[in-house]
Design a protein around this ligand. Structure first.
Ligand SMILES: CC(C)(COP(=O)(O)OP(=O)(O)OC[C@H]1O[C@@H](n2cnc3c(N)ncnc32)[C@H](O)[C@@H]1O)[C@@H](O)C(=O)NCCC(=O)NCCS
Ligand SMILES: Nc1ncnc2c1ncn2[C@@H]1O[C@H](COP(=O)(O)OP(=O)(O)OP(=O)(O)O)[C@@H](O)[C@H]1O
Length: 246
């Protein structure tokens, strides 16, 4: 490790420590949000960044991509006061892979900047966490390869289709056909595909698979052992030889 290049966690008097960035992904209903929340509380990671929420900020009035999106997808998706209506945009792109790809090309670079800014902010305010880890939840980590240099580890939360459907039905009140449709749409993109996950593990892209097919206590135990196992992270932390962020 380079002694002068460590990130400082906490105030100036705190011992310097390396902060690792952990990506978490998985299919709909597999329990990734539950796992991410658990990693922070009770398991003691620094904090959680939700990429979906940050993505929504890209559309705020005055944002850089506002005009580009209106030009690409038409002014019909603007509200009376000129705001982008995400539900209208969703109706276009969730039914059209080419349109989704265009949207992703437009917005992903901006989402990445927001993720980086949030990481910097969290690092500045991180004090006394048990694990110097910032968790970044993004359903599409496996697709967003251009973001992988941000990561020190990528965990995929996995549960069988039948368990995911049951959870979405029982706990979210989602009709079974809707749960199946959403899972099918993700499967078409390879999300949750076990063979693909195993290939990504081979390539050291995915550093841990978290099986979430039992109860919440089982999930907690699974996450704790992943945190305790150095092989759940890339061998060399990407942060170990970098300049301190300001
Ligand atoms: C299309 C948009 C405007 C719809 O917004 P809306 O608020 O209606 O839906 P929301 O963002 O909550 O997404 C609903 C579900 O779809 C998933 N999802 C979002 N984007 C994508 C995508 N590109 N591909 C597959 N699933 C996606 C979300 O993870 C979530 O589970 C929005 O999802 C979006 O901007 N998507 C493109 C940006 C993106 O890739 N975001 C995900 C970052 S991980
Ligand atoms: N191990 C578990 N035991 C019991 N319930 C669980 C478990 N894991 C998740 N759940 C429940 O299943 C539902 C779906 O979980 P969660 O919201 O974490 O999934 P997700 O993968 O983030 O889904 P989405 O992609 O829709 O955001 C939630 O109501 C959650 O409380």
């Amino acid at each position: 490790m380079c002694p002068n290049d460590q990130y400082s966690v906490g105030d100036d008097t705190a011992a310097p420590a390396v902060v690792r960035i952990l990506g978490v992904c998985g299919g709909i209903g597999c329990g990734k949000s539950t796992a991410c929340q658990m990693l922070v509380d009770p398991l003691g990671c620094i904090g959680l960044i939700d990429a979906d929420k940050l993505a929504h900020k890209v559309y705020e009035p005055g944002s850089l991509v506002h005009n580009e999106i209106a030009a690409e997808f038409g002014s019909d998706l603007l509200s009376e006061n000129g705001e982008i209506e995400r539900s209208k945009l969703g109706a276009i792109v969730f039914n059209n892979a080419e349109a989704m790809s265009k949207l992703e090309n437009l917005v992903w670079p901006h989402i990445r900047v927001k993720i980086e800014d949030r990481i910097k902010e969290m690092k500045r305010h991180a004090t006394g966490a048990k694990h110097n880890i910032i968790v970044v939840e993004a359903a599409l980590w496996l697709e967003a390869k251009s973001w992988h240099d941000l990561l020190d580890g990528l965990w995929v939360v996995q549960s069988s289709k039948s368990i995911a459907i049951k959870r979405l039905k029982d706990r979210r009140g989602m009709p079974e056909c809707e749960a199946m449709n959403r899972i099918k749409a993700q499967e078409e993109r390879g999300v949750g595909n076990l063979t693909r996950i195993e290939q990504e593990i081979e390539k050291n892209v995915v550093t841990r698979m978290i099986t979430n097919e039992g109860g919440l206590e089982n999930l907690r135990i699974e996450l704790q052992s992943a945190l305790d196992d150095p092989s759940s992270f890339k061998t060399q932390s990407r942060n170990e030889c970098r300049q301190v962020d300001t």
